[in-house]
Ligand binder design. Structure first.
Ligand SMILES: Cc1cc2nc3c(=O)[nH]c(=O)nc-3n(C[C@H](O)[C@H](O)[C@H](O)COP(=O)(O)OP(=O)(O)OC[C@H]3O[C@@H](n4cnc5c(N)ncnc54)[C@H](O)[C@@H]3O)c2cc1C
Length: 518
């Protein structure tokens, strides 16, 4: 396959980028691949909403900028924070114009508050914000005849000079596996966009869906693309305990924004002793406080007491949360909700400039797989959907300009080599993949999770070496499958996360090494 633009991933960032490109230049051929259905993504599960300044009587861009910088613990790029906050308003309006509905009140959009925000500024649709955004973008993208949508297709590796033997020092598309037929397809492209989301599945408890295995990061690593901030994994303080059908369900921060408080199982409210903003303190502080209480008491969870929210209000604003709690026999707001922290968001990722360009020409990274400088060491709640919208727009404008530059000739792309199956096929050890994923998740949770130590990181590195060599064996000895691709990526990302964590000599934001505490 040969195309102008290859977009990898169909969450808010990939969809927004592709729509913009198709709108701006209908003669472009655009191919979008997605690992599963077009809907399955982190975006789909976003509950809280998008942080955008809209009530200019009370709120201001400056306040949003300050809140973001404080949460980011000195690691944010101020210039990026400023343009993202300012441009958010226009991008949100676009989303509304494309058919996304948000909750309204008398004088405009209904706004909620989340941890770390000094004002109510979260635009939302009940507790299903991501789902309504994702659905409206999918409806919109299907109206373009110049976009080919390939679901159930997974990125294997980016095509670079390493494959082509040329010296343009660019990305030329990607090798992709069709999940069902397990065939590897070469998709050559003048511009390739990674919008593959995060990698919460590296940990045992995560709010991310099963397909969030850090694939874009793994492929970028193999293509020698520069990456930053991987130790900054945000753990969401309140995920429902226990799992439902193997998945960890998120209890949005907006519930605390509406007045719910955290208590130990014995009934003691503890956040008031930990931070002046109590339950609405930045996420890292709340998550660590909960983990401390759980460690101290030996209980499996703490409780989220929602009694201050009326029955009607809860039902109206949090219908999905209520429904999921009821699945485990809990009926909020009457009953308190059992919660624990869970891996939620990768603040770090592929380094990009202000237009989503990576260190490899022709390759862009947008959304959660990127590191833009917006979040620094800790993302402010609901700033990620905002970042996706702003950077998709900027990357699209930049791509259109890049298309006008001197690109390698068309014949060059057509002659790129097919994927070489270098492996001898014995189908040995293929059944070990599930076990190895679990082993990796347990290792990362125990040694590279909320609390780290220097010796724990060294132990993690040693154990990961074993997992790596077993993964390499499986990779070499088997026909490539989706499971192998994912495991390979998870191991690469885990390795980078451990190495970058070892290099950090100071606690910042969500990064917390107990050896650095005085
Ligand atoms: C439960 C939950 C609640 C959240 N709530 C909020 C919130 O309220 N506000 C907020 O701002 N943020 C929230 N977030 C974070 C936010 O949803 C994500 O950061 C954002 O949606 C990321 O969008 P994205 O387009 O970058 O990636 P995603 O939406 O994750 O999309 C990634 C896409 O890439 C595809 N993909 C992955 N690997 C491959 C591969 N190898 N080949 C092909 N395709 C691939 C996936 O199938 C998917 O289509 C939440 C996240 C979760 C999990």
């Amino acid at each position: 396959m040969d195309t102008n633009i290859l977009v990898i991933g169909s969450g808010i960032s990939g969809l927004t980028y592709a729509i913009k490109m198709a709108e701006q230049n209908p003669s472009l051929e655009i191919v979008m691949i997605s690992k599963n259905s077009l809907l399955e993504s982190n975006t789909r599960y976003a509950q809280g909403g998008i942080a955008v300044v809209s009530n200019f009587q009370k709120d201001s861009f400056d306040k949003h900028v300050e809140d973001t910088l404080i949460a980011g613990a000195g690691e944010c790029d101020r210039e990026v924070v400023e343009f993202v906050v300012k441009e958010g308003h226009e991008r949100l309006q676009e989303l509304i114009d494309w058919g996304t509905h948000f909750d309204k009140q008398k004088n405009g959009l209904h706004l909620t508050q989340e941890g770390g925000h000094s004002e109510k500024r979260i635009v939302h649709y009940k507790d299903k914000t991501g789902l309504v955004i994702q659905k409206s973008l999918i409806r919109k993208i299907k109206t373009f005849s110049n976009i080919t949508l390939l679901k159930n297709h997974t990125l294997v590796d980016l095509i670079t000079d390493h494959h082509s033997g040329s010296q343009y020092q660019r990305c030329y598309g990607a090798y992709v596996i069709s999940n069902l037929e397990q065939e590897i397809i070469k998709i050559s492209a003048q511009i390739t966009v990674l919008s593959t989301g995060g990698g919460g599945q590296l940990f045992s408890h995560t709010t991310n869906p099963e397909n969030a295995t850090g694939d874009g990061l793994g492929a970028a690593y193999r293509a020698k693309v520069y990456m930053e901030g991987l130790p900054f994994v945000q753990f969401h303080p309140t995920a429902l305990y226990p799992k439902i059908n193997g998945n960890t369900f998120l209890i949005s921060e907006a519930v605390r924004g509406e007045g719910a408080v955290l208590k130990s199982v014995s009934g003691k409210r503890f956040m008031t002793d930990k931070h002046p903003m109590a339950e609405l303190a930045p996420r890292d502080i709340v998550a660590r406080s909960i983990a401390e209480v759980v460690n101290e008491t030996g209980d499996d969870f703490v409780l989220l007491d929602c009694e201050s929210i009326s029955e009607k209000e809860f039902e109206n604003q949090f219908p999905t949360i209520k429904e999921n709690c009821q699945k485990i026999g809990i009926n909020p707001p009457k009953d308190s909700i059992p919660v624990i922290p869970a891996a939620h968001y990768f603040c770090g990722g592929i380094s990009v400039n202000h237009y989503g360009e990576t260190s490899l020409k022709g390759l862009y990274a947008i959304g959660e797989c990127s590191y833009t400088g917006l979040h620094g060491a800790n993302r402010l709640a609901s700033n990620s959907l905002l970042e996706s919208l702003v950077f998709s727009h900027r990357a699209a404008l930049n791509s259109l300009n890049q298309m006008k530059e001197d690109l390698p000739p068309k014949e060059f792309y057509l002659q790129l080599p097919e994927w070489k199956e270098e492996h001898y096929i014995s189908n040995e050890k293929i059944s070990a993949i599930g076990r190895m994923k679990k082993q990796l998740q347990n290792l990362m949770t125990a040694k590279v999770g909320i609390f780290k130590t220097s010796s724990g990181l060294t132990e993690a590195e040693m154990e990961l070496k074993n997992i790596f060599s077993e993964t390499q064996d499986i990779y070499r000895q088997n026909k490539l499958t989706l499971g192998i691709c994912e495991l390979r990526n998870m191991v690469s990302v885990a390795y980078l996360m451990i190495k970058q964590s070892q290099d950090l000599k100071q606690n910042k934001g969500v990064f917390y090494n107990q050896d650095y505490v005085e």
